[in-house]
Design a protein. Structure first.
Length: 77
């Protein structure tokens, strides 16, 4: 029976830099999310509403990927 391979631990210096970048990315995504929210408070035509929905979906995906990255780093460093 073969034992599962343990992934190598992320070196602390690299993990620290990834956490910093992830934090900065979270801040940038928050700006986009808040801007999209503010766009939702003004009248938009149908095309603009579709674009805003696309924007919201994209930023939510990016935020989820960023969350997964932070979890991965936390679990492997």
């Amino acid at each position: 029976m073969t034992l599962p391979v343990q992934p190598k631990s992320i070196p602390e210096q690299q993990a620290k830099e990834i956490r910093r970048l992830s934090h900065d990315l979270s801040n940038a995504l928050e700006i986009v999310l808040q801007t999209s929210f503010l766009l939702g408070t003004v009248p938009l035509d149908d095309d603009a509403k579709k674009w805003r929905t696309m924007l919201d979906n994209g930023v939510q995906q990016a935020a989820e990927i960023n969350r997964q990255l932070r979890e991965y780093v936390r679990g492997n460093s």
